[in-house]
Write a protein that binds this ligand. Structure first.
Ligand code: FAD
Length: 347
């Protein structure tokens, strides 16, 4: 299925068509996989620490075979190839340039230019892809006025190239700033407000209020995710069941308000909830898409595509892929565990 045709198709609540299974039943990707977290004592803090401590010792050349599943590569050409491959497989894409937060104005400006070049390239290649950016990489921690200016420039460039810019959500110290900046950029560019969106994290206790505030401002182009940062309990739900309940609650709030939602998860329970909610509300594919990280749970991704649900894949690329991977491992031992699990032959 071409990613451009998925808009008009009615999604399926039930499994994909028989013909799909006839064609794919021997596909190893569809073999039942146990959860990526295997039996390596993965919930033991000492194990997580050991894995994280070991990762920097692994030379980049050895990390690459593991990382390439999750990262497109270092260059624009690598990104181009990954996006073309995913588009051909029926998936839309969103491209992120790897890197950490900008520490100078010059770094922030350079990152904005790189995103503009990426958007121009995506448009020229006619890829079904947009961009997703951390505002800290555009200088949010250096100079808020500059960050807003660069973010606005990206939205303008998105309008020129018929693309879309997603402002990602970062740790809780920045939640208000990111939402305020999103609303300010939208208000200053009403004609381009369909060109920009935000992310809401289901683990944050404040998120329902934030969603209502954003929807009241008439702005509703969300990505909904669980949230990746370590947050204290007074700010974030720590119980996984509560995070999931809040996810569904927020999703319903967004969809009922008429917002467009990128449902970003690999948690099949949440996918089930979302598909049923979409069906119950009688929504078409113009109201939502599923979003998944490159290389993560491809069988689930394939099933969603086969059931005519729009799916967008997160494609990170850039020179800093190695440093970025190591920092991600440090911040979130869970990812290091996934990588090591892959190395040891898990999912
Ligand atoms: C498209 C997309 C964009 C995101 N953007 C943001 C953002 O802007 N801000 C933010 O705070 N968080 C973001 N996240 C991360 C998100 O908040 C979660 O931390 C992450 O997706 C894991 O949650 P889950 O819903 O997949 O469920 P989980 O229960 O954590 O994961 C379900 C299963 O998916 C697999 N899995 C999940 N993540 C990975 C991974 N990284 N590598 C390998 N396997 C994995 C595992 O098999 C796991 O058992 C994003 C996630 C996605 C998919």
């Amino acid at each position: 299925m071409s990613p451009t045709t998925s808009h008009s198709q009615k999604p399926l609540l039930a499994p994909p068509p028989e013909q799909y299974w006839a064609e794919h039943k021997n596909d190893p990707a569809h073999a039942h996989h146990a959860a990526a977290a295997g039996s390596m004592g993965e919930d033991d803090p000492w194990w997580n620490k050991a894995v994280v401590a070991l990762m920097p010792l692994v030379p980049p050349v050895m990390v690459w075979p593991l990382a390439k599943r999750y990262v497109a590569g270092a260059s624009l050409a690598d990104m181009d190839a990954a996006v073309a491959r995913l588009n051909a497989a029926g998936c839309r894409c969103m491209v992120n340039i790897l890197g950490e937060y900008a520490t100078t104005q010059a770094e922030a400006r350079a990152t904005a230019e790189a995103y503009k070049a990426t958007m121009a390239h995506l448009a020229q290649a006619d890829h079904h892809a947009n961009i997703t950016v951390k505002l800290t990489s555009l200088g949010l921690l250096v100079d808020q006025a500059l960050c807003r200016q660069l973010a606005t420039e990206l939205v303008e460039a998105a309008a020129t190239h018929k693309r879309f810019v997603r402002f990602e959500m970062e740790d809780s110290s920045l939640t208000s700033d990111i939402i305020d900046l999103y609303l300010a950029v939208r208000a200053s560019r009403p004609a381009d407000c369909q060109q920009v969106g935000i992310v809401i994290q289901a683990y944050l206790r404040r998120s329902l209020d934030d969603v209502r505030r954003i929807c009241q401002a008439g702005a509703g182009h969300f990505r909904l995710c669980k949230g990746i940062y370590r947050e204290p309990r007074w700010l974030a739900y720590h119980q996984p069941e509560l995070v999931n309940k809040n996810y569904v609650r927020l999703l319903e709030e967004m969809l009922q308000a008429g917002a467009y939602v990128g449902i970003a998860t690999h948690d099949e329970q949440l996918v089930w909830e979302a598909v049923n909610l979409i069906d119950r509300l009688g929504l078409t594919t113009e109201h939502y898409e599923f979003q998944m990280l490159m290389g993560v749970d491809e069988p689930l991704r394939q099933m969603l595509v086969a059931a005519h649900h729009p799916v967008r894949v997160y494609v990170p690329y850039g020179q800093q892929w190695h440093a970025y991977s190591l920092r991600r491992f440090k911040e979130n031992p869970k990812i290091a565990r996934y990588v090591l699990n892959n190395l040891l032959g898990g999912h």
